[in-house]
Design a protein around this ligand. Sequence first.
Ligand code: MN
Ligand code: MN
Length: 297
Amino acid sequence: MEISEEEIESYRKAGKIAAEALEYGKGLIKSGAKLLDVSEKIEKKIEDLGGKPAFPAQISCDSIAAHYCAEPDDETVFDKQVCSLDIGVHVNGFIGDNACTVDLSGAYSDLVKASEEALKEALKIVQIGVTAGELGKIIQETISSFGFSPIKNLTGHGLSRFNIHDKPTIPNFDTGDETKLEKGMVIAIEPFATDGMGMVYEQEQGNIFSLVQKRPVRSMFAREILKEIEKYNGLPFTTRWLAKKMPLAKVGFGLRELLRAEAVRSYPPLKEKKKGIVTQAEKSLIIGDKIEVITRT
Ligand code: MN
Ligand code: MN
């Protein structure tokens, strides 16, 4: 795989901003703070640092593993939740994706450590030629050593221009996948640990979407939204962003039509099947003769 020096520079910039925004956001998640305010502040920080959100700020609490994004009128106030903060930034389409967990309860430090250590152990063995299955195996073993389970149906992934979930898939357990990491790949490794059963399911309602394909739609609202979301180049966006441009009722109506027409797809919140608490850790890296973690400050 080929990756140019110019592309690497964009990845580095995106990664650095993503890591800075993550650190900033981590400091804002405190009992009494509003999830909506924290999300908006993080997204503003990304823009201030010269990047763009690769997806809306996601703060998934307790049994929600991923894909919880503030509603336009979100009333969630942080109290004693276990919060997974997941931040993605792009620069010219090149993405840095990273995540951490903030435990406001004080009761889940081992569970937080389990996903962090799993990521550290995976980073120790990652190199050209290592297989996806080997990475999954070490993640699983590390999380199990803490007495917890990895979430098996959530994975790390490749990154490419304007594409957050490219090949290869990096599993969080030993799948035996023999896909080898190659020079020039950019990947995100993201272990999830839980005291539940280790599986998530999609909840019904979601507010994160991405454009699949432009299709003819009838209503003015849907057409207006299509026009607005073109600028995301297929990257995810959220209802809250659209609600800054048009009335919320219009947004809802238009999005429903776009979903029916399969012009957009949605990413509903992912909840642990046995309501286990979930923690997450994630970093993005470039695979080369030397491994370069791009999401660092
Ligand atoms: Mn990711
Ligand atoms: Mn992420």
